[in-house]
Design a protein around this ligand. Structure first.
Ligand code: ZN
Length: 138
């Protein structure tokens, strides 16, 4: 069995941002040379997510509204976590949007359902953060 590991780095311009990382993940899969197996992709930070959904701007705005209703960023004082930090909302948003995805690799390609794309969800950005891609198979 082969295994392959790669880190993808992101430095968002905004505090919250969704980035379609499917091209980066597909590139990592191509570099791995693995044809049949499993690909894990996870955020390596507790204030960012990796998830799969549609690349549709209306939906992305809906995520922003929904997450702000569930865990509003402000006022920062509403959260016990915000003593020396101001990112309690980002921890909560990350929890609900998830840490990782696993995608089947078939014939050297990501074996997606219709419209599935992989996203990096940043909830406490404006600094360099990374995503792990780990692939195992043959
Ligand atoms: Zn924190």
């Amino acid at each position: 069995m082969k295994s392959f590991r790669k880190e993808l780095w992101f430095d968002t311009t905004r505090r919250r941002q969704l980035i379609n990382i499917t091209p980066d993940v597909s590139k990592a899969l191509a570099e791995s040379g693995i044809q049949e197996g499993l690909l894990l992709c996870n955020a390596m930070h507790i204030t960012a997510s990796v998830f799969i959904n549609d690349d549709e701007s209306g939906l992305h705005n809906d995520y922003e509204q929904w997450l702000e209703k569930l865990a509003p960023e402000k006022p920062h004082s509403q959260y016990q976590h915000n003593g020396f930090e101001d990112n309690a909302d980002a921890h909560l948003k990350r929890t609900i949007m998830g840490r990782e995805v696993v995608v089947a690799v078939t014939g050297g390609k990501l074996d997606f359902g219709p419209w599935e794309q992989i996203f990096y969800g940043e909830f406490d950005g404006k600094r360099r953060k990374r995503v792990l891609v780990k692939i195992i198979g043959e």
